[in-house]
Each structure stands twice: as structure tokens, then as C-alpha cells.
Write a protein that binds this ligand. Sequence first.
Ligand SMILES: Nc1ncnc2c1ncn2[C@@H]1O[C@H](COP(=O)(O)OP(=O)(O)OP(=O)(O)O)[C@@H](O)[C@H]1O
Length: 88
Amino acid sequence: MNRINNNTGGIIYLDAPGGTGKTFLINLILAEIRAEKHIALALASSGIAATLMEGGRTAHSALQLPLNIAEQQFRYVKSQEHLDGVNF
Ligand SMILES: Nc1ncnc2c1ncn2[C@@H]1O[C@H](COP(=O)(O)OP(=O)(O)OP(=O)(O)O)[C@@H](O)[C@H]1O
């Protein structure tokens, strides 16, 4: 909160093991910042993670980050015989 009070802004990255209170803490921080009429963007790398935060969005959506999806990143399955021997 010092960054907010000093008007310096910045990026907060939060990572911790599951169930340790990340969502709770980040929503508390977001509420504190927004209550003071400052701007807080809540960005996550996945859509599921974004839905956990108040006003959360994926980083690639909010920042219009380019996605370079290469042809080789897809596996085409044309028929059942291509799935034989594949362990799901
Ligand atoms: N400071 C706190 N005081 C009271 N309850 C808390 C606190 N922090 C977290 N909790 C509770 O602990 C549980 C887990 O918290 P939370 O969902 O925020 O963890 P998480 O790290 O985001 O979990 P995950 O990685 O699985 O998404 C929730 O029920 C939450 O309400």
C-alpha cells in the first residue's frame, strides 16, 4: 500500500502454494486501491484464475498481447485409428 500512498504505482505479482490465501489477499488489495479511487488492473495468465479476482481479466486480453500460435503446436486427429495407443 506504500506504492499507492506515495503515488508511485507498480506491479504486484503474487504466487504461493494452493489454498494459502492468494485470492483472498489480492481481492483485499484490489478493494483497498479501488476504495481510494485509484486504478487497479487484476490480470491473470488463465481465464479461470482471472474469474477469481474482482474485475479480473486475462493479461493477453486486457493488454492485447499477441498470440503467436505455430502450426506445430496443434496435433490433428483425423480418425479413431490415430488415437490407438494414445494414453489420455
Ligand atoms: N487472511 C485470511 N483470513 C481468513 N480466511 C482466509 C484468509 N486467507 C484465506 N482465507 C480463506 O482460506 C481459503 C483459501 O484461500 P484462497 O482461495 O484465497 O487461497 P488461494 O491461494 O487463492 O487458493 P488456490 O491456489 O487454490 O486458488 C478461502 O476459504 C479463504 O476465504
